[in-house]
Design a protein around this ligand. Sequence first.
Ligand code: F0G
Length: 367
Amino acid sequence: MLSAHERVYRPWPGVLAGHRAYLLPEISGVGLTLHEGGTPLVAAPRLGSRLGIDLHLKVEGQNPTGSFKDRGMVAAVAGAMAGGARTVVCASTGNTAASAAAYSARAGLKCLVILPAGAVSAGKVAQALVYGARLVPVRCGFDRALELARELAARTPAVLVNSLNPLRLEGQKTAAFEVASALGGAPDFLVLPVGNGGNIRAYWLGFQQYRRAGLIDRCPRIIGVQALGADPLVRGEPIAEPRTRATAICIGRPAGWNGAMDAIRESGGTVLAVDDSQIFAARDLLAADEGVFAEPASAAAAAGLACLAERGAVPCGSTVVLVLTGHGLKDPDAVLERACLPPVVEPEFPAILAAAGDGGAVDDPGI
Ligand code: F0G
C-alpha cells in the first residue's frame, strides 16, 4: 500500500469542483470535468528583468484542449446539461470550437461549430473534428459567423456557448481567483489579449468578487491588447474586414465590447494594439527566454506589455501577470511558415558533425 506521503498524484479537481464556493450553485454541482483550470503561474525572471518588472505567466495553454476556453466551456456545457439540452452551438476562430467539441463529447451532447472558412488554424480544426463536432465553415469572418450562431440558437433548441452565454464568464473568472491565490493578492497589472471581449470582463468579475469577499484588498489594472488591423477597441469603431495573422483574435466587432471597455475603465487600465511582427518577436522571445510556447494571439499580450514597459507606463518593479491564453502548438504553421528549416544531411557522422558544428551549435567538437 502506498502511504499518504507516497501518493503524490493528487489531481486538481477541475473548475467546477475546485472553485465551487465562488460559482453559481446551478453549475457547481454538475460532475463535468476534464480537469481544466488549476494552471500554473510561472515566474518569468529573464523576460521580467529585460522589462524591469516582476513578471509571471498564467499558462492557460496547459488546459485540456490547450486554451483558457475550457474554464468557461465546462460551465456553459454543464449549464446546457442541467437544462436538458441536446445540442450546443458556437461560432469560433478555433479555440472555442475545440473546447465546445471536447466538453460536449464528454457530456454526450451534439456540437455544431460555425467557422470562418480558411481563417482557423489547423490544430484547432483537427481538435474540433476529432472530438466529433459538426463543422460548418462559412464564407465570412468571425463577426458574421457569430450572428449566424446566435440566429441558430434563437430558432432552434440548441444552446449558444459563445461568451454571450453568461456561464462562460462564470467559468472564466476562476482564472482571476487562481492568479490572486498564487500571488497572495492581486498583481499591479494583468495583461491579456482581447478578441470578442469576454475574457477580459471575466477576469475583472473574478477579481471584484474576490475583493468583495475580502480575500484581496485591491484589484489589478487590466490591460487589453489587440492586433493591429483587428483593433476596434483601440480605434473606437468596428472594423468591417479585420486582418491579422493572430487568427484567434481576428475580430472586428466584439460582442463583448461594452464589458471589455468597462473592465479597462473601472480598473484604471488601457487598451493598445501591436502589429504582427511585434507579435512574432514577442512569441520567440517568450519561448527563448522562458521555455513557454504561446500561440500568436497570446503573444500579442506579451508584445503589448513590452510596448508599455518601454514607454514607462508600467513602473519598474511592478508585479505583472501576463495571460498566455493558448498553446503554441495550436498553430504550428505560424512558426513554420516563417522558419528556415536546415537542409537534410546523410546519416554519416562527419555530415552530422559538420551540420551540428555549423553556427557553433556544438561547443569545441575536439576534432
Ligand atoms: N486568446 C486566444 C488564444 C483566443 O482564442 C481568444 C478568443 C482570445 C485570446 C480572446 O478572448 O474573445 O474573450 O476576448 N477566441 C475566440 C474563439 C474568439 O472563437 O476561440 P476574448
